[in-house]
Design a protein around this ligand. Structure first.
Ligand SMILES: Cc1cc2nc3c(=O)[nH]c(=O)nc-3n(C[C@H](O)[C@H](O)[C@H](O)COP(=O)(O)OP(=O)(O)OC[C@H]3O[C@@H](n4cnc5c(N)ncnc54)[C@H](O)[C@@H]3O)c2cc1C
Length: 254
């Protein structure tokens, strides 16, 4: 992935812990829940993440990072958590966390994988699975701010049912002519004209960019390692300049 600038590690130690109250947990897809939190945090920027710390009664603590999916300053803050069956923390959000529970959070953190309305566009966002989370914050901020720049959002999941935020995005696209939302599924039929059924590769990305008709000024790619690798390689093949591409990796090979 030569030339593409990866997100530098953020500095969570500089940010204090705050109490957060779980307001609501909602099923977003069969594998992803939305967790809505109230916490006294600064608004931050679209694309940033929180660190969440869970502490067991015996004092054992585990912490993980979750991107903020809500727009900056919106309360409650929405995080989305994909369940890894063999994971330590993510199943807790699916099986244990309930309204009224208290967690510890710090952030928003991360200064590289962020988009501000003043940054403008055209804006290309490509996400895989729960990697849509920080991109959703950008889409929501883009819409709320009235940034008049074209936005192409490409989201990949195994099936249409597993595409987080699909209904909100379809509805938003109907209201926002500058938004183009392309769903990419790997194990399902296409649901709408223009959607793709395949793994994203150079050819698919070149076609998407040609059909869009814009040259992206800012590109954000987020997802599992293998997804980010494939998409960034494809974008470089499609002649997108490396310095315009920013990536965020959630770990994992899927
Ligand atoms: C900036 C950032 C933002 C993120 N945002 C999101 C988000 O919005 N939504 C989201 O769902 N996730 C997000 N993540 C990922 C998230 O932080 C967690 O990694 C994820 O929830 C898995 O945590 P877990 O405790 O369930 O799994 P873990 O227990 O950490 O396990 C993760 C994987 O590693 C494997 N593993 C664990 N221990 C070992 C070992 N000793 N040897 C070999 N393999 C092992 C497990 O089998 C599993 O597949 C983000 C990550 C980063 C860095």
């Amino acid at each position: 992935m030569s030339g593409v600038t990866p997100s530098p590690p953020s500095m969570p130690a500089a940010s204090p812990w705050h109490d957060a109250v779980v307001e609501r947990v909602a099923v977003l897809t069969p594998r992803i829940v939305s967790v809505f939190l109230r916490a006294p945090l600064a608004p931050g920027l679209a694309g940033q993440h929180l660190v969440v710390r869970l502490t067991a009664p015996d004092g054992y603590a585990a912490q993980r990072s979750y991107s903020v999916a809500s727009a900056p300053g919106v309360m409650p803050i929405e995080l989305i958590v994909e369940k890894l069956e063999d994971g330590e923390v993510s199943p807790f959000f699916h099986e244990v966390v309930a309204p009224g529970d208290h967690l510890e959070v710090r952030g928003p953190l991360g200064g590289h994988f962020v988009w501000r309305p003043a940054d403008g566009g055209p804006l290309l966002l490509v996400g895989g699975g729960s990697g849509v989370a920080p991109l959703m914050a950008m889409v929501r901020d883009w819409h709320a701010s009235g940034a008049g720049v074209p936005l192409l959002l490409v989201v990949s999941a195994r099936t249409w049912a597993e595409l987080a935020f699909r209904d909100e995005l379809v509805a938003l696209q109907a209201r926002a002519p500058l938004l183009r939302f392309v769903a990419v599924t790997t194990r399902d039929a296409a649901h709408r004209p223009g959607d793709l059924v395949q793994r994203l590769d150079s050819t698919a990305l070149q076609r998407l960019l040609a059909a869009w008709g814009h040259v992206p000024a800012h590109v954000f790619v987020c997802g599992a390692n293998r997804f980010v690798e494939a998409v960034t390689t494809g974008l470089l093949d499609a002649a997108v300049p490396a310095e315009r591409i920013r990536t965020e990796r959630y770990g994992g090979a899927g």
